[in-house]
Design a protein around this ligand. Structure first.
Ligand code: BES
Ligand code: ZN
Length: 612
């Protein structure tokens, strides 16, 4: 065996994930870190592939080491070259490990000592888990194909070979070739006036983690909504989107007042086709959003406040790995609520707290102890499967607890200082805790005990002394619900003509698991719930009709899950249907029609529910 072979073979034997401290990445980040990426890709709709190369610039922490281990999933690696300080390229040896169904394949590259850069020539698979390719018929305009990425949590590796861990940040540039007439957008410096000439260039000069790499290509119109905000969407949606999201600039100003300047220059919103598997994704400078937040009355724009809030919590201060996701999502849910309060008032903000508190409590009742922890053990766990309301709403509840104990005059500047201190860094819960001790607990002794902090951070459930939020408006809803259930009030006398979305959510959440069919029918007749355009009301109502055997709603349910691919909205409906044999047969029929329009992620989740 030659010495080169010996080095190659021995590096193949090192379990890279054991070195990195991120249970979801193979990258050997203790030895080497990607500092910058330069993408050069061609978008090919006919064979559903991105083809080209990426150059990665490297910072060697251990310059005597020769191996670079990257994350990939279903990539065809054509060749790899090392680039020296003079820019000279030389073929490098590499090997692609066997595919792990959750983590993909480690790409092990052997490089000359401290090689400054490496270039990987590759193409993506048509089934790349981080990309959705759509035919023209699947879009609203029906004229052009559409493609978009969803990289969080570990899908960036399915379209770029890289260190796919949020503990590494890098800047990037990109050169993207697309068919003429298409617009290309990335999580970078988009230019609304860019000619649709098939040749797009981007630069992202703030360092970001891999899960914030994003691209979308399609027939996209644009409308400015403020000095640094715009919406991109298909032509038939862009007008209503611009109206729905017209308060975005006010939201940015509210967040800046609390937590310091917005550091990403522009904040645009891309409204995707309804198959987008999430509500929103905080891609830097351009949030990707589901069209289901366009309710027509701004009642669901808390979602925009949420994605905007990630510009501080998540994109600026980033969880070091997905076990610490509450640092992203809990802080963001807290900041979201503060933005909603500032822009839409206390009533609205408190209603959201009450609904979210109730829902996370109910959700936790069915969860394992580990899954209820703010910092769960996710070793061997697919982060897509581990998703729950815990990092969001238990995390937010903990911060609200701190806010109430210390008072806003102390807590608000603390949080602002935290964002400044850790800006553009990736941190874990211990680092948060050390900062908390030093800057909040120590200067304000006697307010919160260490045992209380421990209970929030390291015990399942919600601590018994958690603050309880109350909404006076919900008291009237509770009374109406109780009287209606007892037959003391007619459905049309609920007073719901004055209800906003959250009052409906509270009403529906407070009903028993099943309600007699004739009562549901009366409610439906009075308030036209079946077929409602409000997706959050719809999915709770439809779940209730399924549990209760109110089969008249089935055609509308079929229409809903065929039109919408947002996992959070459709999955509970498939789950509820799958509980009876007849429901499951119906669900399978509906899914067969819906499947081609779903993102791979939604497909995977639904198929697990409908399997025998
Ligand atoms: N970053 C998340 C979306 C995400 C989480 C993608 C985990 C992949 C893995 C985003 O900010 C989010 O939380 N979206 C929510 C909406 C929000 C209002 C709770 C969603 O998509 O439902
Ligand atoms: Zn979020």
């Amino acid at each position: 065996m030659s010495i080169r072979d010996f080095i190659l073979v021995s590096m193949l034997l090192v379990p890279a994930s054991a070195l990195a401290g991120d249970p979801h990445s193979y990258a050997n980040t203790d030895a080497v870190r990607v500092r910058a990426a330069a993408l050069d890709l061609k978008v090919d709709f006919s064979d559903r592939r991105l083809t080209g190369n990426v150059r990665l610039d490297l910072d060697w922490k251990k310059p005597d080491q020769h191996s670079l281990v990257l994350d990939t999933r279903d990539l065809d690696i054509e060749r790899v070259v090392a680039i020296d300080a003079a820019g000279k390229e030389k073929a490098a040896r590499f090997r692609l490990d066997a595919r792990d169904p959750i983590f993909g394949s480690a790409l092990r590259i052997e490089l000359p000592e401290a090689a400054p850069s490496v270039r990987i020539h590759y193409r993506t698979a048509p089934t790349a888990s981080g990309l959705q390719w759509m035919t023209p018929e699947q879009t609203a305009g029906k004229k052009r194909s559409f493609m978009y990425s969803q990289s969080q949590a570990i899908h960036a590796r399915s379209w770029v070979p890289l260190q796919d861990t949020p503990s590494v940040r890098f800047t990037y540039t990109a050169q993207i070739a697309a068919p003429k007439g298409y617009r290309v957008l990335m999580s970078a410096d988009n230019d609304a006036a860019h000619p649709l000439n098939g040749a797009f260039r981007f630069a992202m000069k703030q360092p970001i983690p891999s899960y914030l790499l994003a691209i979308a290509v399609g027939d996209l119109a644009v409308r400015q909504t403020g000095p640094r905000t715009a919406v991109y969407a298909e032509a038939s949606v862009v007008q209503s989107a611009a109206k729905e999201f017209e308060d975005t600039e006010s939201m940015i100003e509210a967040a800046e007042k609390l937590y310091g300047p917005y550091r990403w220059e522009r904040y645009d919103i891309l409204v995707l086709p309804a198959s987008f598997p999430f509500g929103g994704m905080e891609n830097p400078r351009i949030t990707f959003a589901t069209p289901t937040v366009i309710a027509g009355d701004k009642s669901l724009v808390g979602l925009i406040a949420h994605e905007l809030a990630h510009s501080w919590s998540g994109n600026l201060v980033t969880n070091a790995n997905w076990q610490h996701m509450w640092l992203n999502e809990g802080f963001t849910t807290y900041v979201e609520n503060r933005i909603v309060e500032a822009v839409y008032g206390k009533d609205e903000a408190v209603m959201q707290l009450v609904v979210d508190d109730g829902e996370v409590r109910e959700e936790m009742a069915e969860m394992s102890d580990n899954a209820q922890l703010l910092v769960p053990d996710l070793n061997g766990v697919d982060p897509d499967e581990g998703l729950s309301g815990v990092p969001y709403n238990k995390g937010r509840w903990f911060l609200r607890f701190l806010e109430l104990r210390y008072g806003r005059e102390v807590f608000d500047p603390f949080l602002r200082g935290y964002f400044d201190h850790f800006a553009f860094q990736s941190i874990d819960t211990d680092q948060f805790l050390a900062y908390y001790e030093e800057h909040l607990a120590k200067p304000n002794p006697g307010k919160v005990s260490r045992a209380e902090i421990d209970a929030w951070l390291h015990k399942p459930g919600i601590p018994a002394d958690a603050p309880v939020s109350r909404s006076p408006r919900f008291e009237a809803v509770d009374t109406a619900r109780t009287e209606w259930l007892a037959g003391q009030r007619q459905a049309d006398a609920l007073g719901a003509n004055r209800w906003v979305t959250y009052e409906w959510l509270h009403f529906l959440n407070g009903l028993p698991a099943t309600v007699p069919v004739d009562q549901l029918q009366a409610l439906d007749r009075a308030w036209k719930l079946t077929g409602t355009g409000n997706a959050e009301v719809a999915f709770r109502w439809y779940a209730l009709t399924i549990r209760s055997g109110y089969v008249q709603a089935r055609p509308a349910i079929a229409g809903f899950v065929e039109r919408i691919g947002r996992r959070k909205l459709v999955l509970p409906l498939y789950e509820a249907l799958a509980k009876t044999a007849d429901g499951k047969a119906f669900a399978r029929q509906v899914y067969a029609k819906a499947k081609p329009g779903y993102h791979p992620l939604t497909q995977g989740s639904v198929e697990r529910v409908l399997a025998d």
